[in-house]
Design a protein around this ligand. Structure first.
Ligand code: SF4
Length: 394
């Protein structure tokens, strides 16, 4: 064993005892950490398997690591997942966890079982700064980015709660989507490390088709993404024209639809597998974006973009005046897309009884933007109401 006293500096913030949290180190950073201890690369792989595949959080349990190295690791490092505060179980099998991160705020993580697969919806930030008008998270304001350990830790906790982490045997969590609280591309470095860990064979070994990053359209970072990972991509579009999207997804004012879709195409073109498609997420809101002409605009818009479309009926929450789309409008919208040759699915609402449905995640955010206060004052009449879009826009 090496006599190197201090490990290399890594980006993952050290814990209270000044120890490096190995849970959040990407494969390359974990190797660099072991190299700084004078250890060979395979040690990083061994320890990665213990952490991510066996769910071990104590070095003393890593029985194929020599005792002196285990002791050294215990001195300089730790495996510290975020704290599980509460688990909620829905009647439909959906499970939601409230997870406390350092600083005291909480984020939410949701597991949705479905035929032959289980999808974990993971948060990337505490709150969100983008304030999409239909989103409960956006109403809470923003506190901070999650660390890589706090992002991967959600998968670690969820998989461990089902007793299945590694690529061997049957997994309960087979898919991960970064669609929880936050805009992943605004927490770029930590998110990239997290998704690459999720796809690493010495960690969770999920295929790139089963890990999906969902963005509302931070174009410069989307252009950067392909240089660092080949994760699957979803885009929160929600409107087929700029006038409407400016209202629903305010970042559109900075990066309009044409700019966003051009960036999506560049990302897909850069992937080695030429059959990959982007998932277009479209939340349907009654009387806002659910008309046949909106569906037709969407058909025209996506003609050159390899895509599949996921229609999400809006899930009402207390701080919103929007209403859920009617079934008639929902199926009419979908049928227009199907008739135009698109793959279009309807996301069934899951976990409604535990506020785990899409767009309902709120957590407990120590809001630094004061937005939650503004929304509270609006809902009590102390401020002018938020302007809601109704009817035609073009
Ligand atoms: S929809 Fe996504 S990007 Fe928009 S406010 Fe909600 S969490 Fe943020």
């Amino acid at each position: 064993m090496s006599q190197v006293d201090k490990p290399v500096a890594v980006d993952e913030p050290a814990g209270a005892a000044g120890k490096v949290n190995l849970l959040g180190l990407s494969p390359a950073k974990l190797e660099a950490f072991f190299a700084s201890l004078g250890e060979k690369r395979f040690r990083a792989q061994q320890v990665s398997k213990w952490i991510h595949q066996q769910g071990v959080d104590r070095f003393e349990d890593m029985t194929n690591i020599a005792k002196p190295l285990r002791a050294k690791l215990a001195e300089v490092a730790e495996i510290r997942p975020p704290e599980l505060v509460q688990q909620y179980d829905s009647a439909d099998g959906t499970r939601k966890w409230l997870i406390r991160v350092s600083g005291g705020s909480c984020v939410e993580t949701v597991f949705i079982p479905d035929k032959g697969r289980g999808t974990l919806c993971v948060s990337s930030q505490v709150g969100c700064s983008l304030d999409c008008s239909f989103c409960a998270t956006g109403k809470q304001g923003f506190q901070r980015d999650l660390t890589t350990a706090e992002i991967v830790g959600q998968l670690w906790l969820a998989a461990k709660s089902f007793g299945s982490l590694g690529p061997d045997g049957e997994r309960v969590v087979s898919n991960v989507v970064l669609m929880g609280m936050g805009e992943p591309l605004l927490n770029f470095d930590n998110v990239v490390d997290a998704v690459n860990l999720m796809m690493d064979d010495n960690a969770y070994g999920l295929s790139k088709r089963r890990v999906t990053l969902s963005t509302s359209g931070v174009v410069p970072m989307l252009d950067e993404l392909g240089k660092h990972t080949d994760v699957s991509l979803a885009v929160s579009l929600h409107a087929p024209n700029d006038a409407l999207r400016d209202e629903l997804v305010p970042i559109n004012r900075k990066y309009p639809i044409a700019m966003l879709l051009a960036s999506v195409k560049r990302y897909l073109d850069g992937l080695p597998d030429k059959h990959r498609r982007v998932t277009i997420e479209y939340t349907l809101i009654d009387g806002v974006n659910d008309r046949p002409e909106h569906a037709q605009q969407l058909v025209d818009l996506l003609r050159d973009v390899p895509s599949k479309i996921n229609l999400i009926p809006f899930n009402p929450f207390s701080a919103s005046q929007y209403r859920r789309v009617s079934n008639n409008s929902l199926y009419r919208f979908r049928d227009i897309l199907l008739q135009a040759g698109y793959t279009a699915t309807i996301r069934t609402t899951r976990g409604d009884d535990i506020d785990a449905a899409c767009g309902q995640l709120a957590g407990v955010v120590n809001d630094r933007t004061r937005r939650s206060e503004r929304h509270r004052r609006r809902s009590t009449g102390a401020l002018e109401p938020v302007r809601f879009v109704q009817g035609e826009t073009e």
